[in-house]
Design a protein around this ligand. Structure first.
Ligand SMILES: [Zn+2]
Length: 233
């Protein structure tokens, strides 16, 4: 008889093979009858759990390895241990899954709450009329009247200067007239309203501090940016 049990750890594997080896040695030596009386249930349960306090030199271990009755009882106890371990693993897995689910729900709710203020923020509509306004092209200096925008989520409609070409425009709020320190930028096509063209974009200026900026318009083909002094209030 070979003991083919499925012990989970390497220490238990060694114990199992030691048990099987002892059995084979005794069969080989013709000592197939178990020596001594069957040990009590507590000892066999300990042996099934491979309790550390059981010394392998214990004659009861020798007996258990050679006694069909003890081996079958050991197998029953071992089966009990395994199902108990499986139950424990299942309960642990369920607990881990519950914690993970609660975490995901909490994070999702927290994220939703954090996003609520921005989604609830109303968009302020502003019209900037540049029809008669001069521009600063590149670094060229010029004295121009300032455009005012609030530090908010702004739907800004820019009436482009006369003779502006049709097409796609990039609208940006920058900190200087070289295009540095972009606060917000959006692109939209120009639309014709009567005799003038306008571009409508949504600019998020909520994070902008009040002060002096530039409003830049860049035509997609022209690639030259026009800067208009801008005050954010
Ligand atoms: Zn026995």
């Amino acid at each position: 008889m070979r003991l083919r049990w499925c012990w989970p750890s390497r220490a238990e594997d060694r114990f199992e093979s030691w048990l099987a080896r002892r059995h084979e040695e005794r069969v080989f030596a013709g000592e197939s009858n178990p020596v001594g009386p069957c040990p009590d249930e507590a000892f066999l349960r300990d042996l099934a759990r491979r309790a550390k306090r059981i010394a392998l030199s214990d004659p009861r271990v020798n007996h258990a390895a050679n006694c069909p009755t003890c081996v079958s009882r050991l197998l029953v106890f071992r089966q009990e241990n395994r199902s108990r371990r499986r139950k424990l693993a299942f309960v642990t897995a369920v607990a881990i899954c519950s914690v993970a689910a609660v975490t995901v729900i909490t994070v999702a709710r927290y994220g939703m709450h954090r996003q609520l203020p921005s989604t609830n923020l109303t968009v302020v509509s502003e019209t900037v009329n540049l029809w008669d306004t001069g521009t600063i092209r590149g670094n060229q200096p010029g004295s121009l009247q300032s455009v005012f925008l609030p530090a908010a989520l702004v739907r800004v409609t820019i009436i482009l200067p006369r003779f502006s070409p049709p097409g796609q425009y990039a609208v940006a709020v920058t900190q200087d007239q070289n295009g540095n320190g972009v606060v917000a930028q959006r692109t939209a096509p120009a639309t014709i309203n009567g005799d003038h063209e306008s571009v409508s974009v949504e600019l998020d200026l909520r994070a902008a501090k009040a002060g002096a900026y530039f409003l830049a318009t860049t035509h997609e083909q022209d690639q030259a940016s026009y800067y208009y002094p801008l005050q954010i209030k």
